[in-house]
Design a binder for this molecule. Sequence first.
Ligand code: PGA
Length: 251
Amino acid sequence: MRRKLIAGNWKMHKNSETARGFATEFLKLYQVTPDMDVCIAAPFTELLALEEMFAGTDLLTAAQNMHFEDQGAFTGEISAPMLAEIGVDYVIIGHSERRAYFAETDEMVNKKVKKAFEWNITPIICCGETLPQRQQSLEDHIVRHQVVMALAGLTDEQVAKAVIAYEPVWAIGTGHVATPQQAEDMCKVIRDVIRMYHGDAADEVKILYGGSVKPDNAKELMEMEDIDGALVGGASLDPVDFLKIIHAAEN
Ligand code: PGA
């Protein structure tokens, strides 16, 4: 049985006051989830505060990006050892917003994934097709390619520990959630291609769905066989909505 993972992605939202406010309210309502991991990908500036506030709970933290070198003259970047030092558990890699606005390539994604494993940070590797690509029925091809490139050179043991997030670009922040069947079909495509390259690691790798996940659609998505959790953007900004999604995944 794969453990579920619900990951919030705050993107470039919240400051020190509102991040702490979220954590205070969330911690009042949150109960330990024995069969599930929960993490929040906060802006770099709020990660340490969340680490401190989540201490003594089973809640985990994630970064939204990192560089693929340990250190150096890379103005504005944050490295894996910097994240590891403050105890960050996960890092989102290759989100479609980074690919689209910051020119992240499959090669960079692969380097970052390898670097994350070197520092014991679990990568949440994002993949997904755009609307024009889906309209041309290219989604399987695009997503397979992104996944194979991201995992190139990893051991089967590493792949088994990785997290993949299938996030169709047309569903992100649009309210146009994929149907449970569309999401399941692509998560199955991902698991099948991982099986071709990494054998039984395909049974262990977690595959999340992301893109307009909300309290009212989470349950039917999370019930699908190959969907092991969710990457939640907008709805993770509100503690009550985020908790409702966690509960939907639990049942
Ligand atoms: P959304 O974002 O839930 O706001 O669509 C998801 C994501 O980009 O990870």
